[in-house]
Design a protein around this ligand. Structure first.
Ligand SMILES: NC(=O)c1ccc[n+]([C@@H]2O[C@H](COP(=O)([O-])OP(=O)(O)OC[C@H]3O[C@@H](n4cnc5c(N)ncnc54)[C@H](O)[C@@H]3O)[C@@H](O)[C@H]2O)c1
Length: 294
C-alpha cells in the first residue's frame, strides 16, 4: 500500500463490505480509506467473521465490526441502523462482495445449478440494490455520498470459467446505472471499478485463475494492478475530487480492456499451434485442430 496520505477522505465516514483477509480487495480498500482519514465500519457475513481475519482488521482500524449478509434485508436494515448510530450519516460505502457456488464446485456454466445461480445473482449482483435500498430507507447516506462496487470485465466479454459470476457482474453494473440516475438529485454517485485478476480467495477460486492472471499480465501495457493499487483508485472515487463521476464502469486493469494483441503473444500462439500435441494438451477439440491445420 502507498504509505503517503493525501487526506482525501478526512472527515468522511463509510462502511466497507467484504474484507476477509489481507489479500481481499475490501481489506486493502479499508486500509487505504483509513490512511486517507476516513472513519470506518467493517462488515462481512457471519461465516466469514468465523473463518476469516475481518475481526483483526476492525480492531486494527478501531472500526465497529458489523455482521451483515448482503442478501438478507433484515440484516441490512440492522447494519445501516447500527452504522448510523455509531458513525453518523455516511459519506460512502464499498461493495466488495462476491460468491458463486457453481464456481466453487467447478460446475460448468452449461450445467449450472439454478438454485446456486440465483444465489450468485443475489449475493454478487442484486445485493447492491439491497444495500442502496437499505441505506436510503435508514436515511443513512449524506447528500454527495459515493457508492462503489467491484466488477470484472467478464460482465461484457466472455471468459468461460467465470461462469454465472459474469451474469452477476452484468447485473451489478446495470444496477449501478439504474440507481446512479435516480440518486443524482441527492448528488449521490454510484460507480463500479472493473479490476484485473487479483490473487484473493474469490479470485483464485476460479478455474484456470493462474492462466487468466498470466494472460492479462502479459497483455496489459502497465501489468495487472495489485489489490493495493485497486484500493488507491477506489479512494479517488470516494473522494470529492470525483464528485461528478457517476453511473460508470471504470476499468482499473493496466490497459488490458483496450488491448487487442501484442506481437509477442501473437508469435507465442503461432509457435504453439504448430505442434498438435500442444493443442491436445490445451484441450482443443478435433474440429479446432482441423481448423488450425486448414
Ligand atoms: N480477485 C479478482 O480477481 C477480482 C477481479 C475483479 C473483481 N473482483 C471482485 O472484488 C470483490 C471482492 O472480492 P475479492 O477478490 O477481494 O475476494 P474475497 O474472497 O477476499 O472477498 C469476497 C468477499 O465476499 C464476502 N461475501 C460472500 N458472501 C457474502 C454475503 N452473503 N454477505 C456479505 N459478504 C459476503 C466474503 O465473505 C468475502 O469477504 C468481489 O465483488 C469480486 O468479484 C475480484
Amino acid at each position: 500500500m502507498s504509505q503517503k496520505s493525501y487526506g482525501l477522505l478526512n472527515g468522511k465516514k463509510g462502511i466497507i463490505f467484504g474484507p476477509l483477509d489481507e489479500t481481499s480487495l475490501g481489506w486493502q480498500i479499508a486500509l487505504a480509506a483509513h490512511r486517507e482519514g476516513a472513519k470506518l465500519a467493517i462488515s462481512n457475513v457471519a461465516v466469514a467473521l468465523r473463518v476469516g481475519s475481518t475481526t483483526e482488521l476492525a480492531k486494527q482500524l478501531d472500526a465497529p465490526l458489523i455482521q451483515c449478509d448482503v442478501s438478507n434485508d433484515t440484516e441490512i436494515d440492522a447494519c445501516f441502523k447500527e452504522a448510523k448510530e455509531k458513525l453518523g450519516p455516511l459519506d460512502f460505502f464499498v461493495h466488495s462482495v462476491g460468491m458463486s457456488q457453481n464456481i466453487r464446485k467447478e460446475v460448468k456454466y452449461e450445467n449450472a445449478k439454478h438454485d446456486w445461480f440465483l444465489k450468485t445473482l443475489d449475493v454478487s449482483g442484486l445485493s447492491l440494490h439491497r444495500l442502496i435500498q437499505g441505506a436510503l430507507k435508514a436515511d443513512a447516506m449524506s447528500d454527495g455520498a459515493s457508492i462503489v462496487a467491484l466488477s470484472y470485465i467478464a460482465a461484457e466479454r466472455t471468459f468461460t470459467t467465470y461462469s454465472d459470476m459474469a451474469d452477476a457482474k452484468a447485473l451489478l453494473e446495470s444496477i449501478t446505472r439504474s440507481f446512479g440516475a435516480r440518486l443524482g438529485a441527492k448528488k449521490i454517485r454510484v460507480n463500479t471499478v472493473s479490476q484485473s485478476p487479483t490473487p484473493t480467495r474469490a479470485g483464485t477460486g476460479i478455474v484456470d485463475f493462474d492462466k487468466i492472471y498470466e494472460f492479462a499480465n502479459l497483455l496489459s501495457p502497465l501489468e495487472n494492478p495489485t489489490a493495493e493499487e485497486c484500493a488507491d483508485y477506489v479512494i479517488t472515487l470516494l473522494s470529492d475530487l470525483t464528485r461528478k463521476v457517476t453511473m460508470q464502469n471504470l476499468f482499473h486493469d493496466g490497459g488490458y480492456s483496450s488491448m487487442g494483441m501484442t506481437t509477442e503473444l501473437l508469435h507465442l500462439i503461432h509457435n504453439a499451434i504448430g505442434n498438435e500435441a500442444n493443442l491436445r494438451k490445451a484441450g482443443f477439440t478435433q474440429e479446432l485442430i482441423e481448423r488450425v491445420k486448414s
